[in-house]
Design a protein. Structure first.
Lengths: 259, 262
């Protein structure tokens, strides 16, 4: 069976941690298929195991029951076919922006590295910043560099762990547009964990809703509308209501969000 | 904007001179008001004269170079072994379990306490002097390297494992740079300790040349200006060395130094 590159599949996956000598189930029987080139958001309250799931997909955690398959093959560790952007930009302060972007490019020679660094910094709109240090950048810029670092490795899948969570509201909206632009341009699979319902609807083809303790998939919602979504459209609002209902926030919705 | 910055910098530099000048005036006042005999508290002028005389004598420079050489060799040996030892304990829990209790026990022995033992082993030669300085340099760098390695943020290690960094590459590219500020603090402290213990090493283990020798000689001849010039020389040279190491730290650690400027 051949699988299209950039496909990730989770089958019957369960995971427990040992807490005070007792097993604590954090993920229970998870089944999701992430099709190639899709943008999928995972949304859920804290403690729903979404970060654990992301770590499993990344290959940082390999002790679980069930299967996590990347392009049809079991994930045994981190690999350059999966990139990650964390909530904190996690740039190394002693390296310049350029060196940070080249962090995973050791196998290449100097010239190829420079080419990729330039290309990816240009992609995120930060050409000319390669010799700046992370401490000289704003939060939004630092996160762009982190995205460039992840993309420089040419991953088939980009995992995003609340990538815009640490940014202020306006930068956040701007960065959501940027993420959409990059996704359309790069044509890779993006899997994003987020707390922000608007962000999930704005960006995703599918929104996976998880509930907590143990983490299970509650519902998967397809977002039908075309790209460049209008956050004020009635369709957008309807989907939002549907998602919020899953968190038992449905009744509060008219009051909290209508202002 | 740039001009303002410069003037502010100059201003704070100038402020650093206020306190030494006050001390100098106080010293001058005490000696000229006759509160103390000039044999016990020599006047600043007398000390300055002694400095002028010393500068014409070869012995003074031989003393300085002998002391500097001693400190440099002792510091290099002590800080290099301390760095490697701290790194080993930082990287390996097993090494920590094996060595840390002994290390923390031995560390309690005051530096001066080592002198009789080492002299009885090696005699009144250059080796015990350097050994004492090495021991003094060893502790701070060991402790700070260890602490630095252990406090590398978990997030950086996770990032490194995502990109497949392992063993030497992990140590060289992530752990050491992340621990660098702590290691530099350790080096600065080690240098301070070496310089501080130098006097004891030179006074208790008598030697022909050394600033400690000069101070000791001044004491024996009741030549107070010679003692005071010796002490001032030690202080000033120590200050210059600390400045140099801090400057070096800023060059090595450019990324973070830039962040701290603002």
């Amino acid at each position: 069976m051949t699988v299209e590159k950039g496909t990730l599949e989770i089958k019957n996956l369960s995971k427990s941690f040992i807490v005070d000598n007792n097993p604590l189930l954090v993920l229970n029987n998870i089944n999701i298929k992430f099709p190639a080139c899709a943008f999928i958001s995972i949304i859920g309250g804290s403690g729903c195991g979404k970060t654990t799931l992301l770590r499993i997909m990344l290959g940082l955690d390999t002790s679980y029951d069930g299967e996590a398959l990347m392009d049809g093959e079991r994930i045994v560790g981190p690999g350059s076919n999966r990139g990650i952007v964390f909530q904190d930009h996690r740039l190394l302060p002693w390296l310049t922006v350029g060196e940070n972007v080249a962090f995973g490019l050791d196998r290449l020679n100097r010239k190829e590295k420079k080419l990729l660094v330039d290309e990816n910094l240009k992609l995120v709109g930060l050409s000319g910043f390669e010799s700046a240090y992370p401490s000289q950048l704003s939060g939004g810029m630092a996160q762009r560099v982190a995205i460039a670092r992840a993309l420089a490795n040419k991953p088939e899948i980009l995992l995003l762990d609340e990538p815009l969570g640490a940014l202020d509201a306006l930068t956040r909206i701007h960065m959501q547009k940027e993420l959409e632009r990059l996704w359309l341009l790069e044509k890779i699979t993006m899997i994003m964990v987020t707390h922000d319902v608007d962000e999930a609807i704005y960006l995703s083809d599918k929104v996976v809703i998880m509930s907590s303790r143990p983490g299970v998939i509650k519902k998967i919602i397809d977002i039908p509308s075309s790209r460049s979504r209008d956050r004020a459209s009635s369709e957008f609002m309807q989907i939002k209501a549907e998602i919020l209902k899953e968190f038992h926030l449905g009744t509060e919705y008219p009051f909290a969000y209508a202002i | 904007m740039k001009n303002m910055l410069i003037t502010r910098k100059t201003k704070s530099r100038l402020s650093s001179f206020i306190f030494p000048i006050v001390l100098l005036l106080l010293w001058q006042f005490i000696s000229s008001a006759g509160y103390a005999s000039s044999a016990v508290v020599p006047s600043p002028k007398k000390v300055l004269n002694t400095f002028q005389i010393l500068f014409t004598q070869q012995t003074f420079f031989l003393n300085i170079t002998a002391s500097l050489e001693r400190v440099m060799i002792g510091f290099l040996i002590g800080s290099l072994t301390g760095f490697l030892f701290g790194l080993l304990m930082g990287l390996s829990r097993t090494a920590e379990i094996i060595f840390a209790p002994s290390f923390h026990t031995v560390r309690q022995v005051p530096m001066i306490g080592w002198i009789p033992l080492i002299v009885m082993w090696f005699g009144m030669t250059e080796l015990p002097r350097i050994l004492i300085i090495s021991i003094a340099a060893f502790y701070p760098i060991t402790l700070n390297t260890f602490a630095g390695v252990r406090s590398v943020p978990r997030e950086y290690l996770e990032l490194a494992s995502v990109y497949g960094y392992k063993r030497f590459k992990l140590i060289r590219r992530i752990i050491l740079p992340a621990a660098l500020p702590s290691i530099i603090t350790g080096l600065t402290l080690s240098l301070g300790m070496s310089w501080a213990i130098l006097m004891a090493a030179e006074i208790f283990i008598q030697t022909e040349f050394g600033i400690g020798t000069q101070i000791q000689m001044g004491r024996q001849r009741f030549n107070m200006p010679l003692v005071v010039t010796g002490i001032l020389t030690v202080g000033l040279l120590g200050f210059v060395m600390t400045m140099m190491i801090e400057k070096l730290a800023r060059i090595v650690d450019r990324g973070r130094a830039i962040g701290n400027e603002n």
